[in-house]
Write a protein that binds this ligand. Structure first.
Ligand code: SAM
Length: 204
């Protein structure tokens, strides 16, 4: 049986491949591995998200569900170019995703990226920025748990950007986020392209 990309410890052989792509205006070559999300190309939703993001703010940035690391790598490259002090926490449940992100960060000389499991993130840490192409396929309950765990960890004045396919429920997730986060959070659609929505959460 094939494994899900969100399997914690993939048991299938890791077939690695190199991928050349542009991130934060740099032509880069990264490694991807089977058993992780979208190993053959930059996911279209992630590409839409990256095009809609502002420059990273100084502080802690969470890449929620990092896969092989495109969102974390993009943020760290841009922060390095602009000399903004950003610490990137690349979080995933899949150990192979974390290994691949670690190798890619090393390969691109990006020491600001820490690939981590949830248990490795200090419990009192608040994030200036959260970015995610969230794992819709884990199911609604697990997705909601994930978002209610991490989005309230935005620091005051912080911002989260999520990309979700319209066909996979972006608009109902938008309504759910408004209802669930409640006062102190503002949720707006800041982008819509190629069947994807970018939802942005601001914390007061
Ligand atoms: C849609 S993929 C996006 C991957 C990567 N950010 C990208 O854009 O290519 C979602 C990721 O969330 C991860 N994930 C699933 N459940 C998770 C959880 N509970 N905590 C953290 N990451 C999780 C999956 O393993 C997967 O790598």
């Amino acid at each position: 049986m094939s494994e899900h990309y969100f399997t914690e410890s993939p048991t299938s052989d890791a077939k690695t491949r190199e991928l050349s792509l542009e991130l934060a205006g740099h032509q880069v070559t990264v490694e991807t591995a089977s058993g992780t999300f979208s190993p053959t190309r930059l996911d279209l939703g992630t590409a839409v998200l990256l095009r809609h993001l502002p420059a990273p703010e100084p502080g802690d940035l969470l890449d929620l569900g990092c896969g092989w690391g495109p969102i974390a790598l993009d943020a760290a490259l841009e922060a390095k170019d602009t000399e903004v002090d950003v610490r990137v926490w690349a979080l995933d449940v899949n150990s192979r995703s974390l290994d691949t992100t670690r190798k890619n960060a090393q390969r691109l000389g990006l020491s600001s990226i820490s690939p981590v499991t949830a248990a490795e993130i200090p419990a009192d840490l608040e994030f200036q920025t959260i970015r995610s192409n969230p794992p819709i396929r884990v199911g609604k309950e697990a997705l909601h748990d994930l978002l209610t765990t991490w989005i309230p960890r935005l620091a005051p004045g912080g911002r989260a950007d999520l990309v979700v396919s319209k066909n996979l429920g972006a608009d109902s997730l938008h309504t759910w986020l408004i209802d669930t986060l409640g006062e102190g959070f503002d949720v707006v659609r800041t982008g819509s392209s190629k069947g994807y929505r970018v939802l942005t959460v601001h914390r007061d």
